[in-house]
Design a protein around this ligand. Structure first.
Ligand code: FAD
Length: 462
């Protein structure tokens, strides 16, 4: 399939507003104090009507500050709340809800307007039109998307590896750079065109086929082929600064570690346990935009080692952890060191990304089940391809390491989460897709959308 990628301005037309039916007459805002009762009524009415990635931004929230900053403070408007709209429907609902609550509203563009009457907006609703949407083809790769955005002064959540597709990580949730600022990749999906099992094409979003839209964001490989998707991205702040990373080197034992923080200085407590592993060199730290980080690391670029194909067989055994336990890490490293020489390129992958925005999104709102895991660990067991003996030795060792890691985190059977995008194949559905109610819901959706299990090759829900 042709890979397509295009940046779309939201393209909201002012004519949308003219279709609004008359509502409660707008009350003049004579009082500069904020009317909390009206704001609360407004929010309660609006919240269920917004598309999933629209956001109500309260005072002091980063999006509120970003939206309400003005070129000139002279008679600048001030807001009780800002709605970061994502779709034309969001604008329509926001206007209706504001009028219904008797609140004034004002669209916010670039914030450069400076005329006396704007100052009459006091404590009302800002309708922030600054959101950006990118339309992505089903075959676009992660790195192409990330660099496409950066080249236009935009940023969004993309997977770390430049040569995976952009969509498949999202279908399993989608961890990536900048998730602490914007949520998982799945949290930024606005809509998708999907070829379902009967061969028809359906569009899913927060308003159309919501059940399939829910499933697509965490268990998506089970439900269809995404041919096109609309995705929320953001204006890059400054030069993409405001976040930082640490990268550690441990020789062959731990092949890659990148810990990214949403703060300009790195919170070192996140990596305390790693000092006991005797790193080869002090952690390298830095900050910058995404292409700069990817190039700095070099591991996941199109010419990097992770983008090389057909070299050796690799099995992964993922473990989502709350804490890094130094004793468990040392035991894992020792097991790796004692593998037969044919498996000596094996390693332990440790990843951690900030979680602020990930955890701000209600857990039940998508099929992705694990918003609490602080660290993604996974043995990468490599061995000669097509060799059943080494394959088995590798699987036994990798599963033992996985056990050690979970035990070090105090997680017994039944409490373990294993990221679907790294899943090996032996996991239970609950370990991958979450608590019982999630699995039951997914089973029901599978019966509805794919009753014959046509999409049955990737951690199939049965
Ligand atoms: C080196 C490396 C780095 C990684 N980094 C990250 C990361 O940073 N974040 C993260 O979340 N995951 C990451 N992953 C995991 C990655 O998300 C999964 O391996 C993913 O399934 C790879 O997708 P792919 O399209 O490249 O592979 P494929 O093998 O081509 O596809 C994997 C699955 O997705 C399905 N699929 C592919 N395209 C579509 C489509 N358009 N519509 C529907 N289904 C489709 C395929 O049918 C298959 O079931 C990484 C994996 C590796 C090996």
């Amino acid at each position: 399939m042709a890979s397509t990628l295009s940046a779309l301005a939201l393209g909201l037309s002012a004519s949308i507003l003219s279709f609004l039916s008359p509502q409660t007459p707008l009350l003049p805002m004579t009082n500069t104090s904020i009317n909390n009762t009206a704001l609360s009524h407004f929010e309660t009415t609006l919240q269920p009507l917004l598309s999933p990635t629209a956001q109500i931004c309260h005072q002091n929230a980063p999006c509120f500050t970003r939206a309400s900053s003005r070129w000139s403070p002279w008679h600048a408007p001030s807001f009780g709340v800002v709605v970061a709209v994502a779709t034309p429907g969001d604008v329509a609902e926001t206007v209706k809800a504001a009028r219904g609550a008797g609140l004034g509203f004002l669209a916010i563009g670039g914030g450069h307007g400076a005329t006396r009457s704007l100052g009459k907006m006091r404590g009302g609703v800002g309708v922030w039109m600054g959101g950006r949407v990118v339309r992505v083809g089903g075959g676009v790769l992660s790195g192409a998307l990330m660099r496409f955005l950066a080249g236009r002064g935009l940023e969004g959540v993309t997977g770390v590896c430049e040569c995976t597709s952009a969509i498949a990580p999202l279908l399993g949730g989608g961890h990536g750079w900048l998730q602490g600022r914007y949520g998982l990749m799945a949290d930024n999906l606005l809509s998708a065109e999907v070829v379902i099992a009967n061969g028809s094409v359906v569009t899913v979003s927060g308003r159309e086929h919501e059940d399939l839209f829910w499933a697509l964001r965490g268990a998506g490989q089970n439900f269809g082929v995404v041919v096109r998707w609309d995705y929320r991205v953001f204006e890059m702040e400054g030069k993409g600064e405001g976040w930082s990373w640490e990268e550690w080197g441990f020789g062959a034992l731990v092949l890659h570690l990148s810990i990214l923080s949403q703060t300009p200085t790195f919170p070192t407590h996140l990596t305390t346990a790693l000092h006991s592993l005797s790193p080869l060199h002090p952690p390298q730290t830095g900050h910058g935009d995404l292409p700069a980080y990817s190039d700095f690391s070099g591991l996941m670029t199109m010419s990097g080692p992770f983008c090389t194909k057909n070299i050796s067989a690799t099995q992964r055994m993922p473990a989502s952890l709350q804490r890094l336990n130094a004793t468990a890490l040392l035991a894992a490293a020792e097991m790796l060191a004692n593998l037969p020489k044919e498996l000596q390129n094996s390693a332990l992958l440790i990843e951690a990304f900030s979680l602020e925005a990930v955890q701000a999104i209600p857990s039940a709102s998508t099929a992705y089940p694990d918003r609490q895991g602080n660290y993604l660990l996974s043995p990468f067991i490599t061995h000669p391809p097509h060799d059943a003996n080494f394959e088995e030795i590798g699987e036994v060792a990798g599963r033992r390491i996985q056990d050690i890691l979970f035990e070090g985190d105090g997680k017994g059977e039944g409490e373990r989460r294993m990221y679907v995008n790294y899943a090996h194949g032996y996991e239970t559905l609950e370990e991958v897709y979450g608590e019982g109610w999630r699995v039951e819901r997914l089973r029901g959706l599978k019966r509805r959308w794919d009753p014959e299990g046509a999409f049955g090759f990737y951690v199939p829900i049965a």
